[in-house]
Design a protein around this ligand. Structure first.
Ligand code: HEC
Length: 437
């Protein structure tokens, strides 16, 4: 499980507020660094621990800024939630829903969907988990095991899910533009609550089921009163699409993150926009969670770090900074080979020897290296046993045929580079960029 180059950097940007005898402890902005890919899902646990799900295939469980890595997913992890008994459930692009017990290091697959799992919700008793999937279903898993209850009927991918306050019902949001209500025990479809003209990406429900808020692809950000779903508020800004939402009842705030890098805070007492700030100069905000006391807001985007800001100091918040890769660098400045690498490989591979945390092994010293030979990287058995030495010819074959045909059974995602010139340019870029010093 342990990889040599684990790095922890808890950087404290600022001590934002003065400390007086009757004031609560000063809240700080901080980052959690260690992931080797964007942070796609965040949950805050009641005991103060933070859970992060990342594109680097791993889940981070952070206590006082120190990570424990939960590794086993075969692709990006999109969602993670805390469940009963100090355990954790995650779901990702490998279609699986997994239950982890960080105390004894065990992991068990609760089951699978037939497409990626994008969001998770936990029942109020912490004993059931709902997984929303691109296979158009939600499945309700008991932590005890057994077959899931399936909620089927959406006409497009399901994007978000929430339990009712008593755990008896489940709300689902879909790219088909609807929000639906289901029986959490039988899986029976009860009724359609919302019909929005565009796909809905995010959903949240008040702790007492008195209202529901949602965000959509067209930027639509609305609140409706339950049970009739009558309109209560429209906070649609001129931005789209909405990607993430979080709610903190104690401080009366909803946070809304969008693809243009803004976070808008809605005051749920006065039902007005309290703050609106640019959290990142480039890229989306696709994960949001409040700390249990509501003093901090945690956010994830393109950066490999999770950012956290005091909720009462958002005006001064330091922006999330992107990572030197692909979509952020000016493509005009790169050769075609470098551009191929940045766009198609860099999210999973580094070129440096110390191999920062990524889903794939470092490509440093690649040419002449036998396949599956980097010590400490958890290769698939197929690649570890493959009799391949990496060279111009074998790398060319890998992407001409695609990993699924060249090394069937490898963890490397299906991907072909069909143009011979692109493969040639990529290989000549790698030949210089991976040379050991
Ligand atoms: C989404 C993640 C991902 C992307 C994108 C990706 N790879 Fe990989 N790559 C992996 C994983 C995971 C492995 C390990 C596979 C295994 O163990 O079966 C791997 C293995 C490899 C290997 C074998 C390394 C060794 O030590 O044997 C090479 C070579 C490689 N990748 C090159 C590339 C190149 C070049 C690109 C871009 C064109 C690329 N990969 C894109 C995830 C990725």
């Amino acid at each position: 499980m342990t990889r040599a180059a684990r790095r922890l950097l808890l950087s404290v940007f600022c001590l934002a507020f003065g400390i007086g005898p009757n004031l609560p402890a000063a809240q700080e902005a901080f980052t959690l660094e260690g992931h080797g890919g964007p942070v796609k899902g965040i949950s805050a646990r009641a005991d103060g621990a933070i859970l992060t799900a990342s594109f680097d295939n791993s889940v981070g469980l952070w206590r006082d800024g120190v990570p424990t890595w939960l590794e086993g997913h075969e692709a990006a992890v999109n969602a993670v939630v805390p469940v009963a008994g100090g355990r954790v459930v995650s779901g990702g692009d490998d279609y699986s829903v997994r239950l982890w017990d960080p105390q004894d290091g065990s992991m068990r697959e609760l089951g699978r969907h037939s497409a990626k799992v994008i969001r998770l919700a936990v029942s109020p008793d912490g004993l059931r988990v709902a997984s929303a999937s691109w296979d158009r279903t939600v499945r309700l898993w008991s932590l005890e095991g057994g077959a899931p209850v399936e909620l089927a009927g959406h006409a497009n991918t399901v994007s978000d899910v929430a339990f009712s306050a008593d755990g008896a019902q489940v709300y689902t949001a879909s790219a088909d533009g609807t929000i639906r209500l289901w029986d959490a025990h039988t899986g029976e479809f009860l009724r359609r609550l919302v019909q929005h003209g565009f796909g809905i990406n995010a959903l949240l429900v008040a702790r007492d089921d008195s209202w529901l808020a949602y965000g959509a692809v067209d930027g639509g950000t609305r609140v409706v009163a339950l049970p009739e779903a009558t309109e209560m508020g429209d906070f649609t800004a001129d931005r789209r699409p909405i990607l993430a939402m979080a709610h903190q009842p104690d401080i009366g705030r909803i946070a809304v993150g969008d693809a243009q890098g803004y976070i808008m805070m809605i005051d749920t007492g006065a039902w007005r926009i309290a703050e609106d700030f640019r959290a990142t100069a480039s890229g989306p905000v696709w994960a949001l969670a409040f700390s249990p006391d509501g003093q901090n807001l945690h956010a994830g985007g393109i950066a490999d770090a999770m950012y956290s800001w005091p909720t009462n100091g958002l005006d001064d918040a330091t922006q999330m900074t992107g990572t030197e890769r692909s979509f952020l660098k000016d493509p005009e400045e790169m050769s075609n080979g470098e551009r191929q690498f940045q766009r198609k490989c860099s999210i999973c591979h580094t070129l440096e020897p110390d191999g920062k945390r990524r889903a794939g092994p470092s490509l440093h010293g690649l040419f002449g290296r036998p396949a599956g030979s980097i010590a400490g990287y958890a290769y698939s058995p197929t690649l570890a046993e493959a009799q391949i030495v990496w060279s111009e010819e074998t790398i060319d074959l890998l992407f001409d045929l695609g990993p699924d045909h060249y090394i069937p059974g490898s963890k490397m995602p299906m991907q072909r580079i069909t143009k011979a010139q692109d493969r040639e340019d990529l290989i000549s870029f790698l030949q210089t960029a991976t040379i050991p010093d």
